[in-house]
Design a binder for this molecule. Structure first.
Ligand SMILES: NC(=O)C1=CN([C@@H]2O[C@H](COP(=O)(O)OP(=O)(O)OC[C@H]3O[C@@H](n4cnc5c(N)ncnc54)[C@H](OP(=O)(O)O)[C@@H]3O)[C@@H](O)[C@H]2O)C=CC1
Ligand SMILES: O=C(O)CCC(=O)C(=O)O
Ligand SMILES: [Mg+2]
Length: 417
């Protein structure tokens, strides 16, 4: 197929050295997917803010060379009706190593499967990293929102989220149900007729690579604890196994020792000498404790669906998904993306908060090692919020705030850098 990607005439490819570290040139080529719905609103301001921060930090010595790649509705316009995720999009992310994307629509019930999930699976981006912190002045339902400071490591390739499921009433669903009842001794499928069925794979290998990344992050960033969040009392061999695999990895690979006979463990951070506690909590209890006692939680490792729910719930505590950033990370490849979706009712109105994608871009700059530019974005965001110049989602909850459009908020961030 003829390529539809326009490669920049300048710029270089990011390389990965043998030890896995990035070799970032001064003009790296960064592929980006605009995204469906509000992608058209938030992606241009994200690029503008990143470019401005880099210009301010490095005065022209460094620059991103943006390269548009396609996925979702725009891809069907460019490649043809049924091409939602072209192979050359996947190839470009693999080749250029670091990319960023806007949100992509997934229809409910029928239609295509999630392109967001497909990108994560095809590129084996097994960590979904979603940090949650409070920006002073942000409207929040909590009395002390500043106590919420957590980093979610959501397993990104397994679980019920992987889409291994069959629709009620199909021959496939009936076959799976017959196999389960006739050959596997399953007696607890309440209604066998017209029953949809889904499979929840949770593996040792998948859990270990996620928990390993989370624990390494805990060490590198001098955090106090790692909590495994699961519903292992009910789903014993999937969510319960996640907990057991996680503790075993902490002990075998990081030298953690059980506290008072376990299961909680403790280890010494080899970089700082401080103690790190590895603990676990059942997911429903966790969801109430993050509201009541958020200070008790720090780095979180959890499975795919729990991580999806938890990241939106935690985002709400500190201002909502309008400013909740994220990244999908694999071995040598990273794809940054907002936590929110395509919010179709706001598409094209220059209204929504671009903060989530901008802060995802800020994470991307940190990933490149361009810390000075990343710091400028955080400073710009903090000051724009403190000055109460905000988009509709914050303005409606703040006293005396000035309502800005999506693009105006990005400009306010730039002015405050
Ligand atoms: N990674 C991805 O690409 C994701 C894609 N999706 C997809 O997006 C589509 C829509 O999903 P939906 O469940 O409605 O979730 P959305 O996240 O798109 O929107 C839900 C609500 O969140 C608020 N919101 C979302 N984005 C912003 C923003 N940038 N600024 C301010 N507020 C925002 C709005 O709240 P209010 O109405 O209160 O103003 C909005 O109505 C679905 O197809 C879904 O599959 C969903 C999540 C992630
Ligand atoms: O893929 C989708 O449409 C939804 C994904 C999602 O909600 C998420 O990853 O947080
Ligand atoms: Mg989600």
């Amino acid at each position: 197929m003829e390529s539809k990607i326009q490669r920049p005439t300048e710029g270089q490819v990011i390389a990965v050295s043998e030890n896995g570290s990035l070799q970032v040139p001064n003009h790296p080529i960064i592929p980006y997917i605009e995204g469906d719905g509000i992608g058209i609103d938030v992606t241009p301001p994200m690029r503008k803010v990143l470019d401005a921060a880099i210009e301010k930090a490095y005065g022209g010595a460094r620059q991103l060379q943006w390269m548009e790649i396609y996925c979702g509705e725009k891809s069907t316009q460019i490649y043809g009706a049924d091409t939602w995720l072209p192979q050359e999009t996947l190839d470009a992310v693999k080749e250029y190593k670091v990319a960023i994307k806007g949100p992509l629509t997934t229809p409910v019930g029928g239609g295509i499967r999630s392109l967001n999930v497909a990108l994560r699976q095809e590129l084996d981006l097994y960590v979904c990293l979603r940090p949650v912190r409070y920006y002073q002045g942000t409207p929040s339902p909590l009395k002390q929102p500043e106590l919420t400071d957590m980093v979610i490591f959501r397993e990104n390739s397994e679980d019920i989220y992987a889409g291994v499921e069959w629709q009620a009433g199909t021959a496939e669903a009936d076959k799976v149900i017959r196999f389960l009842t006739e050959q596997m001794g399953a007696t607890k499928i309440r209604f066998e007729q017209d029953c949809g069925i889904g499979i929840k794979p949770i593996s040792k290998q998948g859990t270990e690579r996620l928990v390993r990344a989370a624990l390494q992050y805990t060490i590198d960033n001098d955090r106090d604890s790692l909590t495994l969040v699961h519903k292992g009392n009910i789903m014993k061999f999937t969510e319960g196994a996640f907990k057991d695999f996680g503790y075993a990895l902490a002990q075998c690979e990081f030298g953690a020792e059980p506290i008072d006979g376990g299961p909680w463990c403790e280890m010494t951070n080899p970089k700082t000498g401080k103690k790190i506690v590895i603990k676990d909590v059942i997911a429903d209890a966790f969801l109430q404790q993050i509201l009541l006692r958020p200070a008790e939680y720090d780095v979180i490792a959890t499975m795919n669906l729990n991580g999806d729910y938890i990241s939106d719930a935690l985002a709400a505590q500190v201002g909502g998904i309008g400013i909740a950033p994220g990244a999908n990370i694999g071995d040598g490849v990273a794809l940054f993306e907002a936590t929110h979706g395509t919010a179709p009712k706001y598409a094209g109105q220059d209204k929504v908060n671009p903060g989530s994608l901008i802060l995802s871009g800020e994470m991307m700059l940190r990933h490149l090692g361009w810390l000075e530019a990343a710091d400028l974005i955080v400073q710009g965001m903090e000051s724009a919020i403190a000055a109460k110049t905000v988009t509709y989602d914050f303005e409606r909850l703040m006293e005396g705030a000035t309502l800005l459009s999506c693009s105006e908020f990005a400009d306010a961030i730039i002015e405050h850098m």
